[in-house]
Design a protein around this ligand. Sequence first.
Ligand code: ADP
Length: 368
Amino acid sequence: MSKPDPVLQSEIRARVAEIRGPDHAPLGDSGRLSEIIVRNGRAYFFIAVSPTEAASWEAARLAAQTAAAEVPGVTSATVSLNAERTATPTSSKPPETPSPTSQFPALAEISHIVAVASGKGGVGKSTTACNIALALKGLGLRVGILDADIYGPSMPKLFGLRAKPTVVGERTLVPLDGYGVKVMSIGFVVDEAKALVWRGPMVMGAITQMLRDVAWGALDVLIVDMPPGTGDAQLTMAQSAHLSGAVIVSTPQDLALIDARKGVAMFQQVDVPILGIVENMSYFVCDECGKRHEIFSHGGAAKEAARLGVPLLGEIALDPIIRERSDAGLPIVVTEPDSESAAAYRSIAQQIWARLQAGDSGSRPPVR
Ligand code: ADP
């Protein structure tokens, strides 16, 4: 696994420090630069701006990204404008170097944040995340779910929630209640069609806001339904939420498994432990004959999990009831608790919780 690279970090900081923003002050003196994170040659950091300044800082963001990418040893750089922090630039103040966790005090009372991810869309990631969250709740835990799949937010539908979250204070959103789970989704606050055309920095800004401005309170587990894929938005999310672990959802087809492998590699790159793989739509049980049909070459996930040295947490059938119930906002774990599929989700949730408790994954450091 990769380790932080302090030499590269300080070289990047030195170069980026000289870039001037629209106020003509060098970035290094501005107090706007976040901690610089470098893993396996990939660099990430934020420039803090106020929401009204975001457009005027785009050129400086690009310049900082280019300068960071040109540092020998850096293979790629992702710099985003973080319009959520109140920028209080002064030329006399030393640069602030907040840790990603300290940027998100809203996450302070959450014991574990677990990402549910997939290498590509349509594999049932959101359905799995929803039912795992409910199964964890069924274990008596305090659970939240953050729908960070901003390109296709599905938690409003999956939980059957149509209300808008209330706002407390200046901008803190109160999560909605879905069968006892605290639910927050970008789908509650923006029109889906709008989110689809967002560019990278806006996507990251939205994710940052979802991490920062939600009144989660004390939770044992926050499940994060990640955007599908393994691009920079996913990597930034994985990095900035200080995840305890990740669950990868895959279908049995080879192609999806290749994507799943990319998902595993992405989390390993940022030192997030893989809690395991879930094989979704694994097999089909025929209503009429009651027989199990292996419609895709079933078992691929088991082999892949063994090859990668991560557990296969479970296999979920291609179950028409899962689809029906999901579409109706009646998750199967709650509405058909005696079904085989609900039992499979519960077993997965138990293993996740056991691994979190055993400390197989790093629990989150306390926020000071
Ligand atoms: P993703 O989040 O990966 O894009 P979704 O969770 O939105 O995928 O699922 C895609 C579609 O597949 C949805 O219509 C959902 O109801 C259906 N689905 C997911 N898992 C199953 C399953 N195990 N059996 C049957 N249908 C499923």
